[in-house]
Write a new protein. Sequence first.
Length: 148
Amino acid sequence: MKKSVNLFTIGFTQKNAKKFFDSLIGAGVKTVIDTRLNNISQLAGFTKRVDIEYFLQEIGNIKYIHILDLAPTKDILDAYKKNKGDWDIYEQQFLKLMSDRKIEKRITPELLDSACLLCSEAKPHHCHRRLVAEYLNNQWGNIDICHL
């Protein structure tokens, strides 16, 4: 029987830095995998790439990786966010994109174990990080997903 993978997800919106980093450390996260298309925006605050990489290492001895293959394309994202698109259409397009990219062959269960998928959305319900976690669980099985 395969060992179960513990995968976390977190969004930084509506969290201050203390709550954000305490959540990661409390869960035992070893690696944060950034799934955002744009991780350098001023709107990202303490989660801009150069800042979060430093803070994760200094505060929690947590590794940081940015994997663009786990992010939606600008077209898919803009259609949903900027044009107030339909979530079901976004979800179908993003699931197809992950399938076309074959993300299950580009990353490993070992990389995801004790890792946390990062994006901006406060809750996972309408967020691509949840779709990534569920897609990989459907491909591999044995992933315990916990939304922080």
